[in-house]
Design a protein around this ligand. Structure first.
Ligand code: T1G
Length: 697
C-alpha cells in the first residue's frame, strides 16, 4: 500500500524495504512539493521499525532532473534541497538511490547523499549548474570531492558536461549499473544493501585528498577561457573549500550559490534555457508532421554540404545533386571533412562515418534521382531566376506530398512558391553556416505554406538536434534582417574614428566570441560584396554608404581564405591589416570626416541599440512570433553571449525609455538611420517589457 506524502511523492514498504517514489512529471524537477514529500517520506520510514533499508527512485522518465529552474529568483520555501540531502545522508537505515534518465544538478546531489548508487544504462548525469549561471548548491561541491576526488568534481562542475552510466561508474560516482525497471532495481538493490552485497557508506565520512595542482589548473584555464562568466570561478572556490570541515564548506557553497543566483548572468542563462524550449511552441503545432525518411539536397557548396552533413548525422539518407562531376566530388570531400570533424568531436565513430559515406549518401548530377525524396532542400546561388527554374523543375520531378524547401537567406519565399504547382508544400528552411554545427534553423512560413509542412520543418529540426524558430517572410527573415541593419553601425563607427580592431574588441568584451570584422573575414568578404552589388540599384540614395569593404574586396583581400582582409592571417594570431587602415583613412578624407575617439561603451551602446531597434520592428511586423524567438535566433545562430539571454532580454535590462533616449541622441548625427521604432515608444508609454510580451502580455 502506498502512502502519499505530498502531491508528487509517495512511499511504500515491502519485505522490510521502504521505497520512496518520485512522480513530478515530466522530469521530476525538485520542486517544493517534491522536496517536502521526500523529507516526510524519510521521516515516516525511519519511524517504521520494520524498515531495514530504503531505496529512492523516479516514476517518470528521470530520477531528478535538478532543482526546479522556474523557482529560481523567487523566495525559497523550506525544506530546501540541502536539507533533503542531509535527511537522506543522516538516515539511520541504508539508503540506495536508483539513478535513471536525467539525474542532473540537484538530482545528482540527492543521489550522492544516499549511501549507495545504482544506475540504469540510460543514465544522463552531471552538474549542469554552470550552464545556468549557478553552482551545485546542495552539497555537490563538498560531497563530490569526497566521492570522486577534486579533479573529477572540477571537471564536471566547471564544464557542466553530461555523462552516461559507464563513465559515471569509472569515475566512482555510482557503485554499479543494473538493468530493469527502476522499481525492481530499487527493491533488489535495497535487499543487497541489507545483506551487504552492496556496500553502503555516508559520503560525508569519506576523506578528501587535497589537490592544489588541479585547483590551480582549473582556475588558470577558466581565467583564460571563461573570463566573462561568474559561476565557473565560484565553483572552483567552493570545491577548494572541500578539504576543510564539511559544515564550513557547505556554508561557503551556500553563500556562493546565492551570489550566483543574484547575478544577472544567472537570469540570462536561464532565459536562454527556456528560450530553446519556448520557440517550439508555434501556431501550427497541432498539425501532424509528415514522415521524412529521405532528404534531397540541391547544391553541394558550403551550405548544401553542411545541410547534407547535418541530415546524415541524424541518420537520414541524403541524395545530393550538383551541376557536374567536379562539383559533386568537391561536395563529397566537404561532407567527408564535416563528418571527420564529428568523429574528432566524439559525435561519430570512424566506422559509422565510412558507412554513411558509402551507403547513406548518394551524389548525382541527375535531379530525377530526387523523385523519391520526402523533402528536398535547395541550397544554390541566391538568385530568384535560378530558384524559379529549380522549383519548377522539382515540382515535376518530386512525388506528390514531397516538401520543397529553400535554404535562401533572404529571398521572398512567396515568390519562390509561385514557381510551383504545390505552394502549400513550399517552406523556407534557413540553416546557418556551418550547417552541421550551428543549431539554428529559421522555418520561414510563406502565405500558403500548409500547417503540417510547418510542423514537419520543426520535427526535422528536432531530429537534427537543432533549434527551429518560426519566421515570417521579409528580406532576411528574422536574423539576417536584423544583422544587415546593425552591421552598418560597425562600419559607421569605423568611418567616424574607431578601428575595426577596437570594435571587435569591444564586442568580444561584451561577450561575443568574435567581433563583426573578424566574422566578415571568416565568412569571406566576397559573399557580402556580391550581395551589395546586386542590391546597389535599389539602395536608398539617402542612406549613408561606407565603401571601405568594397575597396578591400577590389584588392581581392576577401578575408581569412585570402590570407588577409581586415586582419592579416599568418602563423600566429591575426594582426590588423595596415593597408585597410590606409583605405579607411582615405575614405574618411573623401567623406570629409574628422575622426574622433569612441569609448568601448559607446561602441557597444550603438551596436546593441541598432540591433534592438530593428528587432523591435521585426516583432511589430509579425516576422517573429515573440521577443523570445528573436533571442533564440541570436543565441543559436549568431553567437550572442548566452549569459545575456539575447537581444530582447538585453533591451529589457536597458529599458524602452533609455533606448529611445539613446536613439534620439544618435539621430542628431544621422537621422535617416536612427529612428525610434513605434513599438519602443508604446512600451515606454505603457511600461510593458519584452518579457511581458513573452508571457502574452
Ligand atoms: N526545472 C524546471 N523545468 C524543467 C527542468 C528543471 N530543472 N528541466 C526540464 N524542465 C522542463 C522543460 O522546460 C520542459 O518544459 C520539460 O521539462 C521537458 O524538458 C541545487 C542549482 C532533463 C535532459 O540543468 O537538461 O539543480 O517546455 O523539453 O529533451 O545544485 O530538460 O515542456 O513546458 O528539455 O527530454 C540542473 C535541465 C538544475 C537540467 C530533459 N538541472 N533540463 O530533456 O525534455 S540547477 C538542469 C534538461 C540545480 C542544484 C541546482 C532537460 C532534460 P516544457 P525538455 P528533454
Amino acid at each position: 500500500m502506498s502512502t502519499q506524502t505530498s502531491d508528487t511523492v509517495s512511499y511504500e514498504t515491502e519485505d522490510g524495504i521502504g521505497l520512496i517514489v518520485l512522480n513530478n512529471a515530466p522530469v521530476n524537477a525538485a520542486s517544493h512539493d517534491l522536496r517536502r514529500g521526500i523529507c516526510a517520506a524519510v521521516a515516516s520510514l525511519e519511524a517504521d521499525e520494520t524498515v531495514r533499508a530504503i531505496a529512492i527512485y523516479g516514476a517518470t522518465r528521470a530520477f531528478i532532473a535538478g532543482a526546479d529552474i522556474s523557482e529560481f529568483g523567487k523566495p525559497i520555501k523550506s525544506p530546501i534541497l540541502p536539507e533533503v540531502c542531509l535527511a537522506l545522508e543522516n538516515c539511520t537505515r541504508p539508503v540506495v538511490a536508483v539513478m535513471h534518465g536525467a539525474t542532473l544538478g540537484g538530482g545528482l546531489e540527492v543521489a550522492i547523499s544516499a549511501h549507495a548508487r545504482v544506475a540504469l544504462p540510460g543514465l544522463l548525469t552531471g552538474f549542469p549548474e554552470v550552464t545556468l549561471g549557478v553552482l551545485p548548491g546542495s552539497g555537490g561541491t563538498q560531497r563530490g570531492p569526497r566521492l570522486i576526488g577534486i579533479a573529477a568534481t572540477l571537471d564536471l562542475a566547471t564544464t557542466g558536461r553530461r555523462i552516461g552510466a559507464d563513465e559515471a561508474l569509472k569515475m566512482g560516482l555510482i557503485d554499479r549499473i543494473a538493468d530493469g525497471e527502476p522499481r525492481d532495481v530499487a527493491l533488489a538493490s535495497a535487499r543487497e544493501a541489507i545483506d551487504g552485497t552492496l556496500a553502503t557508506r555516508r559520503t560525508v565520512d569519506l576523506p578528501v585528498t587535497p589537490d592544489p595542482a588541479a585547483l590551480g589548473r582549473y582556475a588558470d584555464k577558466l581565467a583564460e577561457t571563461q573570463p566573462h562568466l561568474f559561476s565557473p570561478h565560484k565553483c572552483v572556490e567552493a570545491i577548494a573549500a572541500s578539504t576543510g570541515p564539511f559544515d564550513q564548506g557547505m556554508e561557503l557553497e551556500r553563500k556562493l550559490f546565492f551570489d550566483c543566483i543574484d547575478s544577472p548572468q544567472r537570469a540570462g542563462l536561464i532565459h536562454a534555457f527556456f528560450a530553446e524550449r519556448a520557440v517550439s511552441k508555434f501556431p501550427e503545432q497541432g498539425a501532424q508532421a509528415r514522415d521524412i525518411g529521405s532528404v534531397g539536397v540541391i547544391g553541394g557548396g558550403t551550405m548544401g554540404s553542411g545541410i547534407a552533413s547535418a541530415v546524415l548525422l541524424a541518420g537520414l539518407p541524403v541524395t545530393l545533386t550538383e551541376r557536374d562531376d567536379d562539383a559533386l566530388e568537391r561536395a563529397r570531400a566537404t561532407i567527408g571533412g564535416n563528418l571527420a570533424g564529428a568523429v574528432k568531436r566524439g559525435k561519430l565513430s570512424e566506422d559509422k562515418r565510412a558507412v554513411i559515406l558509402s551507403q547513406m549518401l548518394t551524389t548525382t548530377t541527375d535531379q530525377s534521382a530526387l523523385s523519391d525524396a520526402d523533402l528536398v532542400i535547395e541550397a544554390v546561388f541566391e538568385d530568384m531566376a535560378v530558384k524559379h527554374e529549380i522549383f519548377t523543375r522539382l515540382d515535376g520531378i518530386c512525388k506528390p506530398g514531397a516538401i520543397l524547401a529553400s535554404n535562401t537567406s533572404y529571398l521572398d519565399i512567396n515568390e519562390i512558391a509561385a514557381a510551383a504547382q504545390r505552394p502549400a508544400e513550399i517552406v523556407g528552411l534557413h540553416f546557418f553556416s556551418p550547417a552541421h554545427v550551428m543549431r539554428l534553423i529559421e522555418v520561414v512560413v510563406a502565405d500558403r505554406t500548409a500547417p503540417d509542412v510547418v510542423a514537419t520543418g520543426f520535427a526535422l529540426a528536432k531530429r537534427l538536434g537543432k533549434v527551429a524558430v518560426r519566421a515570417g517572410v521579409c528580406d532576411g527573415f528574422i536574423g539576417n534582417r536584423i544583422l544587415s541593419h546593425y552591421r552598418k553601425v560597425a562600419d559607421y563607427l569605423v568611418m567616424d574614428g574607431a578601428s575595426p580592431r577596437q570594435v571587435d574588441r569591444a564586442m568580444i568584451d561584451f561577450g561575443f566570441a568574435m567581433g563583426p570584422f573578424a566574422v566578415s573575414d571568416l565568412a569571406g568578404m566576397d559573399i557580402a560584396w556580391a550581395a551589395r552589388k546586386r542590391k546597389a540599384a535599389t539602395r536608398d540614395p539617402d542612406e549613408r554608404y561606407v565603401a571601405v569593404a568594397d575597396r578591400i574586396c577590389e584588392n581581392g583581400w576577401f578575408g581569412r581564405k585570402a590570407g588577409q582582409g581586415y586582419y592579416i592571417y599568418g602563423d600566429g594570431a591575426p594582426v590588423p591589416n595596415p593597408k585597410v587602415d590606409a583605405i579607411i583613412a582615405e575614405e574618411r578624407a573623401r567623406a570629409g570626416i574628422r575622426p574622433r575617439d569612441f569609448t568601448d561603451t559607446e561602441i557597444v551602446d550603438r551596436y546593441m541599440t541598432a540591433m534592438v531597434s530593428e528587432a523591435a520592428r521585426v516583432l511589430a511586423d509579425g516576422i517573429a512570433l515573440r521577443p523570445v524567438d528573436i533571442d533564440a535566433v541570436f543565441l543559436f545562430g549568431y553567437g550572442f553571449p548566452r549569459h545575456r539571454g539575447g537581444p530582447m532580454m538585453y533591451a529589457d535590462t536597458i529599458g524602452a525609455q533609455a533606448l529611445i533616449d539613446r536613439i534620439e541622441c544618435f539621430a542628431a548625427e544621422d537621422a535617416q538611420y536612427w529612428q525610434v521604432p513605434p513599438l519602443l515608444r508604446q512600451m515606454a508609454e505603457t511600461g510593458r517589457s519584452f518579457a511581458d510580451m513573452n508571457k502574452g502580455g
